[in-house]
Design a binder for this molecule. Structure first.
Ligand code: UN1
Length: 515
C-alpha cells in the first residue's frame, strides 16, 4: 500500500507546486524557518512531505503583508474583486482531481469526499463571485425632512482563519472567498495536521492573484501550531475578525483572547448531532442517512451523526437495518474506489475512540457492533477502526461530549416531546435531523420549541452541508455562520450614514437646541 500513497503523491505534488520540503508561510513571498511539520499520511504512515512553520517574526511579516494588501484591495471595486475569486474557482476546477487526491492523502478521507470538498470550494467561489455584485445596504426612512439615512458595508480588514484537519481546504475557501469579495485580506492558520493542502491552496491563489495583477498577500498563510501561531493570531490587533473552526476547547480560548481586545469571532465548534427516527419514518432512507452521517469521513465531521433517537416501535427494525448497513462498510485504503471508510487522522484520534468506548461501557453501554482497532497489513498505519454503535443514555457524560470518531449512540424514546428534549439536552447545537412522514412531527421539529440547532433537516442526514445556506450552530458550537445566506456581512464593517440635503438642521426626536 505504501507504493500507492507514494505513487499518488509523486504524481500530484509537482502539479500542485509541492515538493518534499515546503515553506509554510506566505506573506506575498514564501517564508518559514520555524520547525518543520513532518506530514505522514494516515493511510499507511508514510512520509508525504515537510512544511516549515512561522517563527514569531515571520508571523509578524505575514500579518503586516496581509494588512498592506488589504489597504489596496479594499479600494478595488467589489465586482472586480469577484473576478479574482471567479478565476480562483476556475483554477480549482482545473486542479480538482489533484487537490481532492491530496486531501485524501493528507486526511485519509475517501476520494469521493476529497473531491467533494474541492467542489465545495468551487461552489463558494461561484457564490462569492455573484455576491460581489450584491453587497448591499438599505435605505431607511428618516423622520428628518431633507435627509437620507442609509446603511453601507465596508471592507473590514485582515480576517484570521483557523481551520481544522477534517475540512482542510473547504473551510478556508468558505471564509477566504467571501472575505476576498468583501475587500478583506485573509491570514490562514491551517491545522498542523494538514499543512500540505494549505500550501497547495495558497500556491493556487498566489498564481491567480499574480495573473490578475493583485497583491497575493490577500491570501496569506501561517503554518504552525496553536501555541506558536494561533495565540499570536488571536491576540493580534491587526486582525479584527478571527473565524475559527475546531473543538470547543480551542474556540473558547480564541473567543476569550479575541474578546479581550474587542475583536470579533466567527466560531464553528463542536457538534453533538442527533437524528430522530419516528414511528412513521421511511426506515430505508433513515438507515442510509445514518450510515453516511456516522461512518462518512470516519465520523470526523462536526456535523457527523453522533446520536440516534429512535421511537420504541421501530427500534428493532432500525437496529437491524443499521447492523446490516455497517456490515457492508468497506474499511481500508481511501484511495481505493470501493472504500467507504478510511483511517482516523492520528494516534490521538484512535485513543479518543477507544477511550470513549471504554467510558460508555463503564456507564453500562452495550456495544452492538464495531469499536475495534483493526490490525493486519492493510491497516499498518494503526489508524483504522471499525465503526461502533452503542446503546446508551443521553445523560452519560461521554454522550454529552463530542468524540471525533465513528461512534454512534443509540437511544429510544416514546413521545416526540421526549425526543426533542433529549436532542436538545446537550451543550452543543450544530446539526439535527428528523425522519418522519408525518407533517405534524416535521413541523414540530422545525418550530420554535423544536430543534435548537443551527441546522435542522427533515428526511435527510445531519451532515453534507450545501453552499448557499448559512452554516453554523448555537450554544457551545459558537454561534457563527459561514458560507451562504447573508454570512458575508460578518466579513464587513457596517456603517450607518445620514445625509442632509436640506438647508436646515432638524434634529431627531424633534429636539430643539438653541435657535
Ligand atoms: C458538512 O457537513 O458537509 O468541520 C460540512 C466540519 C464542518 C463542515 C461540515 N466545518 O465538519
Amino acid at each position: 500500500m505504501a507504493l500507492t500513497v507514494k505513487k499518488a503523491a509523486a504524481e500530484i505534488f509537482p502539479r500542485l507546486g509541492l515538493k518534499v520540503h515546503n515553506r509554510g508561510v506566505f506573506a506575498g513571498e514564501w517564508l518559514g524557518s520555524g520547525p518543520a511539520i513532518e506530514k505522514h499520511s494516515p493511510i499507511d504512515g508514510s512520509l508525504l512531505g515537510e512544511v516549515t512553520t512561522a517563527t514569531p517574526g515571520e508571523y509578524d511579516r505575514a500579518a503586516a503583508a496581509a494588512q498592506r494588501a488589504f489597504l489596496a484591495w479594499r479600494e478595488v471595486p467589489a465586482p472586480k474583486r469577484g473576478e479574482v475569486v471567479r478565476r480562483l474557482g476556475l483554477a480549482l476546477r482545473a486542479h480538482q482531481k489533484d487537490l481532492g487526491r491530496l486531501v485524501t492523502l493528507e486526511t485519509g478521507k475517501i476520494l469521493a469526499e476529497g473531491e467533494g470538498e474541492v467542489q465545495e470550494m468551487i461552489d463558494i467561489c461561484d457564490l462569492a463571485t455573484g455576491q460581489s455584485r450584491q453587497l448591499f445596504g438599505r435605505t431607511i426612512a428618516t423622520e428628518r425632512p431633507g435627509h437620507r439615512m442609509m446603511e453601507q458595508w465596508h471592507p473590514l480588514g485582515v480576517v484570521g482563519i483557523i481551520s481544522a484537519f477534517n475540512f482542510p481546504v473547504a473551510v478556508w475557501a468558505w471564509n477566504s472567498a467571501l472575505a476576498a469579495v468583501c475587500g478583506d485580506a485573509t491570514l490562514w492558520k491551517p491545522s498542523e495536521k494538514t499543512p500540505l493542502t494549505a500550501v497547495a491552496c495558497v500556491k493556487l491563489a498566489e498564481r491567480v492573484c499574480r495573473e490578475c495583477g493583485v497583491d497575493p498577500a490577500i491570501f496569506s498563510l501561517v503554518c504552525g501550531d496553536g501555541a506558536a501561531v494561533g495565540e499570536l493570531l488571536a491576540a493580534d490587533h491587526r486582525v479584527p475578525l478571527v473565524s475559527a473552526t475546531g473543538s470547543t476547547r480551542m474556540g473558547r480560548r480564541v473567543g476569550e483572547v479575541v474578546a479581550k481586545r474587542f475583536g470579533r469571532t466567527l466560531l464553528e465548534l463542536g457538534g453533538n448531532n442527533a437524528l430522530i427516527v419516528t414511528h412513521s419514518a421511511d426506515l430505508k432512507l433513515a438507515v442510509r442517512a445514518i450510515l453516511f452521517g456516522a461512518v462518512g469521513t470516519a465520523g470526523q465531521r462536526c456535523t457527523s451523526t453522533r446520536r440516534v433517537l429512535v421511537h420504541e416501535s421501530v427500534t428493532l427494525k432500525l437496529t437491524k437495518g443499521l447492523l446490516d448497513g455497517y456490515r457492508q462498510v468497506s474499511i481500508g485504503n481511501p484511495l481505493d474506489a470501493g472504500t467507504l471508510m478510511g483511517p482516523l487522522i492520528d494516534v490521538a484520534a484512535v485513543e479518543n475512540f477507544t477511550n470513549a468506548i471504554d467510558a460508555a461501557r463503564k456507564h453500562g453501554g452495550r456495544i452492538l457492533t464495531g469499536g475495534k482497532r483493526l490490525t493486519g497489513p492493510a491497516y499498518a498505519s494503526g489508524l483504522y477502526v471499525s465503526p461502533c454503535i452503542i446503546e446508551a443514555e443521553n445523560y452519560w457524560s461521554i454522550v454529552q461530549h463530542e468524540t471525533f470518531a465513528p461512534i454512534l449512540y443509540l437511544m429510544t424514546y416514546r413521545t416526540l416531546d421526549e425526543a426533542l428534549a433529549l436532542q436538545n439536552s446537550v451543550p452543543q447545537g450544530l446539526s439535527s435531523s428528523i425522519f418522519t412522514t408525518d407533517l405534524r412531527e416535521a413541523e414540530a421539529f422545525l418550530a420554535a420549541r423544536g430543534s435548537d440547532c443551527g441546522l435542522a433537516n427533515v428526511n435527510l442526514g445531519t451532515s453534507g452541508a450545501e453552499i448557499g445556506g448559512a452554516f453554523g450552530g448555537e450554544k457551545e458550537t459558537g454561534g457563527g455562520r459561514e458560507s451562504g445566506s447573508d454570512a458575508w456581512k460578518a466579513y464587513m464593517r457596517r456603517q450607518t450614514s445620514v445625509v442632509n440635503f436640506s438647508k436646515d438642521l432638524p434634529l431627531a426626536q424633534g429636539i430643539t437646541f438653541g435657535s
